[in-house]
Every structure is written in C-alpha cells, then in structure tokens.
Design a protein around this ligand. Sequence first.
Ligand code: ATP
Length: 135
Amino acid sequence: MAEKLFLEVVTPQKAVVSEEVEIVVAPGSEGEFGALKGHTTFLTSLKMGTLRYKDVNGKERLLFINGGFAEVLPDKVTILAESAERRKDIDVTRAREAKERAEKRLADKAADLDFIRAEAALRRAIDRIKIAGTK
Ligand code: ATP
C-alpha cells in the first residue's frame, strides 16, 4: 500500500478536507501537478478547476476549487482556495442557473458588460456541472 500524506483543503469559510490520502493531483497555475508522500517542498498558485485525490481506501475523490494556493511538503499538502466543494456538495441546479445567467449576459452584450467576470462565472458553472456529473 502507498505511503500516506495529509491533505487539508481550506476556504475562508471552512475546512473542506482534512484527511490522510495516497495522492493529490491539483490544477497548478503552471500546470497540473501530482504529489505523493516525499514530494519536494514547493508553493504554487492554483487555477480554477478540479482537485483530485485518492483516499486511504484507494477511492478517487473530486473537488471543485476556485483558485488559490497550494503548499506541498513531503508529508502534507495544504490547499487554500477561494471556494471548494466536494463533488457531492455541488448544487447542480444552482450551477445550471449560474451558467444560464452568465450565458445570457455574454449573449446580451450590454454596454456595461464585465466580460471577464461573466466569462469566469460561466467557467465556474461549467466546471461544477462537469465535476458533479463525473462518476
Ligand atoms: P453563484 O452565482 O451561484 O453564486 P458563483 O460561481 O458566483 O455561483 P462563488 O463565488 O464561486 O459562486 O462561490 C460562492 C460560495 O457559494 C462559495 O462558498 C461556494 O462554495 C458556494 N457555491 C457556489 N456555487 C455552488 C454550487 N453550485 N454548489 C455548491 N456550492 C456552491
């Protein structure tokens, strides 16, 4: 069995994950990276996307994370994210509504449209729907 490392995922609101895991794969801003026990220490910012890890039973778990930072130590990975939701906690109806709102804003092209903001909201919603639907 693989050696374990400790994973903590924290948002400004709460601790989302705090458990031993076998491997963590995270969306670093310089590209996706994986961390196993004994990994070299490093610090990186994160993109919005999917954080994956294998729990102690070898089961793959998925989380949506909305950017942040990761600190990787040989025996611990700490993720500080703007927001993070476990797959089972994603409210798909809410994400679909957010997607529709963002799509409408982008299609309407109002004079005061904040394109970057609407596009980011759309990408968050699409990612949440995708993660929630992953088996
Ligand atoms: P919305 O427009 O529905 O608020 P958003 O993408 O603007 O979506 P965020 O700013 O990313 O929302 O998140 C605000 C808070 O709401 C965070 O705590 C986040 O975890 C939670 N959240 C947002 N969307 C969902 C969802 N679909 N399911 C569960 N939690 C969500």
